[in-house]
Design a protein around this ligand. Structure first.
Ligand code: SAH
Ligand code: SF4
Ligand code: F3S
Length: 465
């Protein structure tokens, strides 16, 4: 079988793995990975954990038990960066107590030269950093540092390879991330992701299918296909397989499982994709289609590539062919130049599409992106006030939609004991909604039927039915 890109099992990386294994053999040393950001980072952290265990480290329950700490950072908003720096700062005293402790940072924030430089200068207890596309080099950087090498701050190359075969330690035994592509070429004018995750590149469908078969064969029930823009999968690739084609090939695998995907871009959301979901056996009736704004002029300055009407038409088609779909969106409030009329267009979009749920974010200027240079920044009070209005409107819509589930019997996947509601089990509907049922001891990872007995804007309640 042909494979794209490099293999983790190549000489330099395996030499490093072996060197670390020899060094820590039988020592009982532990690792701890702290993750910020989105599902791509969660998936990357599972690979980092996989490599740590491959090198002989054991998992630690908390950072103070660890001899190796990795902080996987996010850069999408300022708050995420501040959080990563402050959490890493808290590990300083651990290093003072144990100078042998290795502290590393990776992910989107440290993939920018300016941030890597800042870490180098202001956090002297950080041993090395590496970028999102250099994850496979982690054993090499670790091994060099353990052998007394200098601190290193690796920046991602311009054309990173796809590396197959990196060991994975999955957090869950029934839910899994499956990366199908990396990077993003869309350059939405507010977004840092294309600068920190590099150019869009798709995995070979043969590799994706093999991983999907392994997961489903191992009993995974809920597999999410990951990428910044999954519906452009296969673009500029010689594989002759686009996203709907890939989904159909995965859907053909027999078993009791659901496939989800994150995230799709409206400009590439074709009718074929909606039809593929509608006609599938295993693709969950859930569609996250971030609109970001309802104003044509804001959408133009965001470089999104669609208008209100084009978006609403696509959303309407999705609801028509998949009537029980859970449709969700991301919205940015207070983009530079956003006027009251622009914002009202966004509220109108929410009323038109009637999303099940909206993830809303206050615009956060990211240095190096075009929108951050725009002189027409919206004042914080205006952003806050618009956010409140948006939440109020959407909470009402979400409540009304959820009320319609009252009395229905839904097939749900048990996720485990609820953290907030003692005595309840947290489950997910096929559409990805949280539904709580009384804890009758059913194991996580099982599908059961539940009848909805109560609804709210963000939650459903039910009982086995
Ligand atoms: N690739 C995905 C999203 C990645 S980032 C997509 O295109 O949908 C997740 C969300 O963060 C985005 O959808 C956007 O709503 C939000 N976001 C990105 N940059 C932001 C910024 N500078 N300020 C506020 N929110 C931002
Ligand atoms: Fe960012 Fe746009 Fe790419 Fe999403 S599609 S990651 S919002 S640049
Ligand atoms: Fe954050 Fe990077 Fe994801 S910037 S949102 S962790 S792609």
């Amino acid at each position: 079988m042909s494979r794209a890109g490099e293999l983790f099992e190549n000489g330099r990386i395996q030499d490093a793995v072996t060197a670390v294994r020899r060094l820590i053999a039988g020592s009982g040393k532990k690792y701890y990975v702290k993750t910020f950001g989105c599902q791509q980072n969660e998936a990357d952290s599972e690979r980092i954990a996989g490599m740590c265990e491959d090198m002989g480290y054991l998992p630690a329950d908390s950072p103070d038990e660890a001899s190796l700490i990795v902080v996987n950072t996010c850069a999408v908003r300022e708050h995420a960066e501040k959080k990563a720096i402050s959490v890493t700062g808290q590990y300083k005293h651990l290093k003072n107590a144990d100078p042998g402790l290795v502290i590393s940072m990776c992910g989107c924030m440290v993939s920018r030269a300016s941030r890597a430089e800042q870490i180098k200068k202001s956090l002297p207890y950080v041993d090395f950093t590496f970028g999102t596309s250099d994850i496979h080099l982690f054993p090499v950087l670790l091994s060099d540092r353990l052998a007394g090498g200098k601190r290193r701050f690796e920046l991602p190359p311009d054309n990173p390879p796809i590396v197959e075969g990196i060991p994975v330690r999955r957090e869950s035994g029934f839910r899994a991330w499956l990366s199908i592509m990396y990077g993003c070429d869309n350059f939405c004018s507010y977004c840092i992701v294309p600068y920190v995750r590099g150019r869009e590149r798709s995995r070979n469908p043969a590799d994706v299918l093999r991983e999907a078969e392994e997961l489903i064969g191992a009993g995974y029930r809920d597999v999410t296909l990951l990428g910044q823009n999954v519906n452009s999968y296969g673009r500029n690739c010689p594989f002759g397989c686009d996203f709907p084609g890939l989904m159909r090939r995965i859907d053909a695998i027999d078993g009791d499982y659901l496939i989800r995907f994150m995230t799709s871009h409206p400009k590439d959301a074709t009718r074929e994709l909606a039809d593929t979901i509608a006609g599938s056996r295993h693709i969950a009736h859930q569609y996250h289609l971030p609109a970001q704004s309802g104003s044509d002029s804001v959408l133009r300055s965001m470089n999104r590539g669609y208008t209100f009407d084009e978006y609403a038409e696509k959303a309407g088609y999705i609801r028509r062919v998949i009537p029980d779909v859970t449709l969700t969106s991301d919205i940015i409030v207070g983009f530079p130049g956003e006027t009251e009329e622009d914002f009202e267009d966004t509220l109108r979009l929410l009323r038109t599409v009637r999303y099940d749920m909206v993830y809303s974010f206050i615009y956060s200027p990211r240095r190096g992106t075009p929108a951050a240079e725009d002189p027409a920044q919206v004042p914080d009070e205006v952003k806050g006030e618009r956010m409140r209005r948006l939440l109020e409107l959407q909470t009402g819509i979400s409540s009304e939609i959820n009320e319609k589930y009252y009395g229905k019997v839904l097939r749900v996947l048990i996720h485990g004991k609820s953290k907030n509601d003692p005595g309840m089990l947290e489950t997910r509907t096929e559409g990805g909604k949280i539904l709580l049922i009384p804890d009758d001891g059913t194991e996580a990872g099982e599908f059961v039927n539940a009848r909805v007995t109560g609804t709210g804007a963000f939650l459903l309640y039910g009982e086995r039915g």
